[in-house]
Design a binder for this molecule. Sequence first.
Ligand SMILES: Cc1cc2nc3c(=O)[nH]c(=O)nc-3n(C[C@H](O)[C@H](O)[C@H](O)COP(=O)(O)OP(=O)(O)OC[C@H]3O[C@@H](n4cnc5c(N)ncnc54)[C@H](O)[C@@H]3O)c2cc1C
Length: 399
Amino acid sequence: MPKNIVIIGGGAAGFFAAINHAQLHPEHSVILLEKSVQLLSKVRISGGGRCNVTHACFEPKELVRNYPRGSQELLGPFHRFQPRDTIAWFAERGIELKTEADGRMFPVTNSSQTIIDCFLKEAEKHGVNIRTKCGVQSLKNGVVELQSGERLEADAVILATGSAPFGHQLVQTLGHTIVKPVPSLFTFNVPDSPFHDLSGVSLQDVQVSIENTSLHQRGPFLFTHWGFSGPAVLKLSAWGARYLHDCDYQANVNIDWLPAQTFEQTRQQLVECKNQNARKQMGKEIPIKIPKALWNKLLTLNSFQPDQLYQSASNKDLNRLAQMIHQTIQKISGKTTYKEEFVTAGGIALKEVNFKTMQSLIEPKLYFAGEILDIDGVTGGFNFQNAWTTAHIAAQSAS
Ligand SMILES: Cc1cc2nc3c(=O)[nH]c(=O)nc-3n(C[C@H](O)[C@H](O)[C@H](O)COP(=O)(O)OP(=O)(O)OC[C@H]3O[C@@H](n4cnc5c(N)ncnc54)[C@H](O)[C@@H]3O)c2cc1C
């Protein structure tokens, strides 16, 4: 029997749910409601305009490790729809994705417009009725009331309003719990950093930890003119999103510039270098694998001069330098939004959702998809993968 399916939110999750449902059930009426004039606005700006669609990680158990919130709940759903399925879904529609060295996947066109065009074309092909400037006011028992006063009767509603406060308030009126939203995926401001003049310098492997916690991340690191960025910092901001919010983004970070080796190995390398290059300038002979600019900075922070000869450095001073190479403590004070990808931690409490169907355990006709849930991933395409997976399952179940 034909049914009425209403999807609220014209973003990544809403579109994916609408297209998949309309394709699966051509006999149903599928209405997609978007409150603004712009459809897919986050997809457009995502990944710096390139749209990091997903990540080349095909083992669900490994994939879920990239979700500071939602990892347990996503394990089942990823066995049903994972990055391999995302790649196939787009390939079937003529969109080829490419994988970058770090595993991020983008359309080969390097343009988010490719994804938008694909969604608009598919929605039209499968008869999705897209209505913009249609903000939803309230929802109860499948009756969707628009801000204009119009009422739509639905057999199932998929709510995909992202991190917008509206969606949170709406489900709270239905009895759902909202885990307090806080920002995730940001860079650290370090106003008193002695490293500001290293802005633009990057390292491939650094470990950054938040002092007095077990929070730490390892990976590429970038100095910015206001502080620290790069995947290691962004991932740490995701895992530490709630902790950092609670301490008002005031914390000490501990940086190990050479996590691949021990303090003792570094100390020996410095001493050996001194013994072999006694008459050479310290700034010119770098015994460890770090950028020259950082080496010179660490020298000056340890009261060495880059033009000083190794023979004048005592082993005690070299110990101190090795100590700083493995433990530079910096005070972060504030955060900066990372323009390429940011996301909200928090949303609908996951224990109130059936992850086999994405159905609300409180309101039977209601399903959820995307960022409205208390799920978020680290940077790299994991947030869209959450949108595709939950939307796909909601689309299959919502009839
Ligand atoms: C700058 C930026 C770049 C990003 N880049 C990436 C990336 O490259 N890769 C990645 O994986 N993730 C990326 N993300 C995260 C990703 O965009 C989100 O996780 C994803 O868009 C969530 O999809 P969604 O459909 O759940 O929510 P959204 O995309 O936020 O869509 C929700 C929609 O609901 C609409 N809405 C809200 N209230 C109502 C209402 N009352 N009635 C009707 N409609 C309503 C909104 O207008 C919006 O269109 C990025 C985020 C940002 C901000």
